[in-house]
Design a protein around this ligand. Sequence first.
Ligand code: DX5
Ligand code: ZN
Length: 231
Amino acid sequence: MSHLQINPSILSADFSRLGEELGAIETADAAHIDVMDNHFVPNLTWGPSVVERLHEVSPVPFDVHLMIDDADRWAPRYAEIGCESVTFHAEAAIAPIKLARELRAQGARAGMALRPATPVEPYLDMLEELDLLLVMTVEPGFGGQKFLDVTLPKLRRAAEAIHGSEAQIALQVDGGISEETIERAAEAGANVFVAGSAVYGAEDAAAAIASLRRVASYSMDDRPSVTEHVR
Ligand code: DX5
Ligand code: ZN
């Protein structure tokens, strides 16, 4: 199982200074880049040309979260421009296995996201095609929403399935992650935490990243190790 990561979402950054805002999170593991098309979600952000330019000036790798329809067509473009990890939504992909393989073939880590009400069970047989599984903990579309505790049982089932497989898959949570909720998500088995408003809404982004990391790592130490779990 991969290690703990804190990935701030630039959706809560100051859009007039995105380059500097990326510079403010150099202690993070990656920048979470939310791509929205106004169809899959009722909000619109940026496309590949803006993401490509931001990637050139970023001190950290890019964790791209595509909240767009027609993922089969558009996701490979983000791998092509050098994004380290590309996550499409299961609900927006026609051929998720083919798409995940294509992303990996282009050198990116392949991620798949599930909306809060989408069950993980139909996808368990394809886990090994993925490097990352994103369990959304709010309805995608906007930052600053309240963490949905109703997603915790799914997170636990996803963690068990990952531990039971040979694959090295990061389990990511996104939405409503704060110093208060990160503990619950970590205990349920997440190890990659996206945080938008909790980092960019704080006075000191680096301090916010450090304290999220500290709280998550306490909770992760408390849970059974992978080997204990398998036995
Ligand atoms: C929501 C986005 C999130 C968002 C999280 O659809 O996918 O990445 O930026 O923001 P917070 O952490 O404020 O809930
Ligand atoms: Zn996101």
